[in-house]
Design a protein around this ligand. Structure first.
Ligand SMILES: Cc1ncc(COP(=O)(O)O)c(C=O)c1O
Length: 391
């Protein structure tokens, strides 16, 4: 399937891109093909560009309030895509999901408090817990038949009233797992029973490509909803990470007031004006672009899976239900993570995310980003083959 937008290779080198302009620093080679950090190599919907251009034409960028149309755009999107009815007074804003989660840690826990996460998981989860001097509690997800599952035996043991907060990643990064409603109900009820506040990082929730539909954990029951903060953003969905705009859905009034006060006391009280404009335009007018993106992504995943099965069968692709990130099991090669990384960067000349970055359970894996034109993907696949050739 060809596509006029997604097939276009756009030069990103020289744009201060984290993905494209740090090769030498991160991988030691300028000619590495970067397929790591989670942004897309695709241009964003024209409707977003038009809205930003229109705002630019005004030529004044003073302090900006949140328009009611912004909350409306979030509510309409969440209702249409995820059948979740949210209310305008549940919405807070933040420059980013990681920022907002760090704020929630500050607002609702104290140094020394225990915060639980499920590994392997997105690396900043570790940072915002440990660097804020909270105690990290990890529960490893179980890999069964190439599919990740929550380990309820461990969860039941570990989740006690001593744990103050649980940070869920739904869909999960890096495994691309969409947790089922049953999993989430069981987890949510465990948190309610033990008085554990739930932070649910749902930044990848729009990018659903498998058969399991996404359930916002806060939508499951009133009890879970009252104990949950849900973090969403248009930044993964529409490739707007540099615009820094996200929102937090906090139905419990007491928690919302506390979160808002904490964030404002830390000096965060506005979003970037262009971020707001981009967010609203994307939610209101970006859906056709996004639906096309999902189709293109599914083809990219098929292409990768077929290539690996044919050419590097010792690698096992964990089929994602969501996200444009694919988690790959390289354990059959029996390499140390250092050797694996060296092969990828020095022999294959491909820049990927090493599994150990994601904590316990990440050893022997790596993560690849498929939000790129098919020609870039094909080039990456050839490099991947080169990396493992002869082993
Ligand atoms: C699970 C998850 N949460 C948060 C983020 C980053 O969000 P933000 O840029 O809004 O801080 C990412 C980016 O890859 C992610 O994968």
């Amino acid at each position: 399937m060809n596509h006029p937008i997604f097939d276009q290779v756009i030069e990103r080198k020289g744009t201060n891109s984290v993905k494209w302009d740090l090769n030498e620093k991160l991988f030691g080679h300028e000619d590495v093909l970067p397929m790591w950090v989670a942004d897309m190599d695709f241009m964003v919907p024209n409707e977003v560009i038009d809205a930003i251009k229109e705002r630019l034409d005004h030529r004044i960028f003073g302090y900006t309030i949140y328009p009611t149309s912004l909350a409306d755009s979030i509510m309409t999107w969440m209702k249409k895509r995820h059948q979740w009815d949210i209310r305008p007074d549940w919405i807070s804003y933040s420059p980013g999901v990681v920022t907002a989660m760090a704020m929630a840690i500050g607002a609702f826990t104290s140094p020394g408090d225990k915060i639980a996460i499920q590994t392997p998981v997105y690396q900043p989860f570790f940072h915002i817990i440990e660097r804020n001097k909270r105690q990290l509690v990890t529960i490893q997800n179980r890999l069964e038949d190439n599919q990740y599952q929550m380990d309820f035996e461990q969860l039941e043991k570990v989740l006690t009233p001593e744990v103050k907060m649980f940070i869920l990643c739904n869909p999960h990064n890096p495994s691309g797992k969409v947790w089922t409603k049953d999993d989430l109900t069981r987890l949510g009820e465990l948190c309610v029973k033990n008085g554990i506040l739930l932070l649910s990082d749902d930044i990848h929730a729009d990018i659903i490509i498998g058969d399991t539909s996404y359930t916002p954990i806060a939508s499951i029951s009133e009890e879970i909803r009252e104990q949950t903060l849900t973090f969403i953003a248009p930044t993964k969905t529409f490739n707007l990470a540099g615009l820094q705009a996200s929102s937090v859905i906090i139905p419990n009034r007491r928690l919302k007031v506390k979160f808002d006060h904490y964030q404002s006391n830390k000096g965060i009280s506005h979003l970037n004006t262009l971020g707001m404009v981009g967010m609203e335009a994307a939610y209101v007018n970006g859906e056709d672009w996004f639906n096309d993106f999902l189709l293109y992504l599914k083809e990219n995943i098929k292409t990768l899976t077929h290539f690996i099965n044919e050419n590097i069968p010792k690698l096992k692709v964990i089929q994602p239900d969501a996200t444009y990130l694919v988690w790959i099991d390289a354990r059959e090669f029996g390499l140390s993570d250092k050797d694996l990384q060296r092969l990828l960067t020095e022999k294959g000349k491909i820049g990927l995310e090493p599994g150990p970055k994601y904590g316990p359970g990440g050893e022997g894996f790596f993560r690849i980003n498929l939000a790129c034109p098919r020609t870039t993907l094909n080039e990456g696949l050839v490099r991947l083959k080169t990396a493992f050739e002869g082993l």
